[in-house]
Design a protein around this ligand. Structure first.
Ligand code: PLP
Length: 373
C-alpha cells in the first residue's frame, strides 16, 4: 500500500516542539500522571502495583466497561481498544474496504480518513462542508455522490477543523440513508462530549445500529493524547472480528500503564471534559474579540463544539502568513493547505490554557506588520 505523507503531521514535525505557542492544537490542555491519579482515591497506589505483562488484545475488560458507558446500547464486548484513534482508522479501512470500492468522506478532513482508503485503491468522493452554510453538509449532495460501488460514508462530528456539529434531524437522516443503502457509516466522534451546549450533542452512531462504527479517543475532549488510547464501538460483529484480527499485525495489545490511566480517566470523564470546556469557553471570548476587531482581515464561523475553528485570512496568502508569524512571534497556526483547502483558511486551536498570551503576540504581530483591522 502506498501512503502519501500525512501533511498535517509533517507540518507539526517541523514546528510542534520548537514553536513557543501552539495556537492550532486539536487536543485540549493535558495534565501530569500525578494530577490524573489524584482524581481517584487509591489510584496512585494501584498504579504503582499495576502489572506490566502483555494485555488483552481487545483492551482490558474493565477499561472497555468504562468506555461502553459513553454509549446507550453498547456492551463492553462491542468495544475494541487501540493505541490511539489513528490505529483504529487504519485498521477499519483495511478491514472494511478493498480495491475499487468507493467511499464518501466529509471534507475537509483529517487526512487519515481518506488516505488509507486511497492507499488500498479505493475511489474517494469528498462530501464538502459549505462555509457559506456555516460549514454544513447537504444531504441532497450526498445522494448525488452515491455510486453502485459505494461501500462507506465517513463523517467527523464534531468536525476537525471547523467545529461544525450536524443538527440531530440530519444525523438521523444520515443514519437512515446508510441503512437503506446497505452501507457502513464510519463516524469519527473523537471530539464528542465537547459541545458548547450539551443540547447539541448528537447520539453516537453506534447507537443507531450495526451499520455504524463510532470512533473515540482519550486525546481530545479529555486532554490525554499522550496515553495513546483510542477505541471503536460497533454492533457489527463480523467487521469487529476482522478488525480485531488485523490488530495482531500492528500493536497486538495496548500499553498496560496507558490502559490503567485511561480507565481512571474514563471513570472521571465528565470532570475532565468540563475542565477543558471551561478553558475553551474562556478562550472563545478572547478569540471572538480578536475576530470582531479584525473583521476585514479574517472571516470567523464560530464552532459549536470541539477545540478548534477554521477562520479565513482575507489579505495575503495564508501559508506565508503562518510561516512569517511563527518565525517572528513563535506562534504556530496551521495553514488549511494541509487539509487540501485552497481558500486561505487556517486552523485555530481553542483548547490550550496559554491561548491568551498567544493571541496577545498575534495582535502585536498584526499591528507591527501593519495588517488592516
Ligand atoms: C478527526 C480526528 N480523528 C482522529 C484523530 C487521531 O487521534 P489520535 O492522534 O489521538 O490517534 C485526530 C487527531 O487529530 C482527529 O482530529
Amino acid at each position: 500500500m502506498l501512503l502519501s505523507p500525512f501533511k498535517l503531521e509533517r507540518y507539526f514535525a517541523k514546528y510542534e516542539f520548537n514553536a513557543e505557542f501552539l495556537l492550532c492544537s486539536s487536543d485540549c490542555e493535558s495534565m501530569s500522571v500525578a494530577d490524573l491519579l489524584a482524581i481517584e482515591d487509591g489510584a496512585a497506589e494501584r498504579f504503582q502495583n499495576h502489572w506490566l505483562g502483555y494485555t488483552e488484545s481487545q483492551g482490558s475488560p474493565t477499561l472497555r466497561k468504562e468506555i461502553s458507558k459513553i454509549y446507550s446500547a453498547v456492551k463492553p464486548d462491542d468495544v475494541l481498544v487501540f493505541s490511539g484513534a489513528n490505529e483504529a482508522i487504519y485498521l477499519f479501512m483495511l478491514a472494511a474496504l478493498k480495491e475499487n470500492d468507493h467511499i464518501i468522506v466529509h471534507a475537509p478532513h483529517y487526512q487519515a480518513l481518506s488516505e488509507v482508503a486511497k492507499g488500498i485503491g479505493c475511489q474517494i468522493s469528498p462530501w464538502r462542508a459549505r462555509e457559506e452554510n456555516g460549514w454544513a453538509l447537504d444531504m441532497d449532495e450526498l445522494r448525488h455522490l452515491m455510486r453502485p460501488s459505494t461501500k462507506a460514508i465517513v463523517v467527523n462530528l464534531p468536525h476537525n477543523p471547523t467545529g461544525y456539529l450536524m443538527p440531530r434531524a440530519d444525523f438521523d437522516a444520515l443514519n437512515e440513508f446508510v441503512k437503506e443503502n446497505n452501507l457502513l457509516l464510519f463516524s469519527d466522534e473523537v471530539y464528542r462530549e465537547s459541545e458548547y451546549d450539551v443540547k447539541d450533542r448528537l447520539p453516537a452512531a453506534v447507537d443507531y445500529g450495526p451499520h455504524a462504527v463510532s470512533l473515540g479517543v482519550t486525546s481530545k475532549t479529555y486532554g490525554l493524547a499522550g496515553l495513546r488510547i483510542g477505541w471503536i464501538a460497533t454492533k457489527n460483529r463480523e467487521l469487529f472480528n476482522k478488525i480485531a484480527s488485523l490488530k495482531d499485525y500492528t500493536t497486538i495489545c495496548n500499553s498496560a500503564p496507558s490502559e490503567f490511566l485511561a480507565e481512571v480517566a474514563m471513570r472521571h470523564r465528565a470532570k475532565l471534559a468540563s475542565r477543558n470546556l471551561e478553558i475553551i469557553k474562556n478562550n472563545l471570548i478572547i478569540v471572538d474579540d480578536l475576530f470582531t476587531r479584525y473583521s476585514s482581515l479574517f472571516t470567523w464561523t464560530r464552532p459549536k463544539a470541539g477545540s478548534m475553528g477554521f477562520p479565513k485570512l482575507l489579505q495575503g496568502e495564508v501559508e506565508s502568513f503562518c510561516d512569517d508569524l511563527v518565525r517572528k512571534s513563535g506562534v504556530l497556526l496551521l495553514p488549511g493547505s494541509v487539509y487540501d483547502d485552497a481558500r486561505n483558511h487556517f486552523r485555530l486551536g481553542l483548547g490550550r490554557k496559554n491561548l491568551p498570551q498567544a493571541v496577545e503576540l498575534l495582535l502585536q504581530y498584526l499591528s507591527k506588520e501593519r495588517y488592516w483591522m
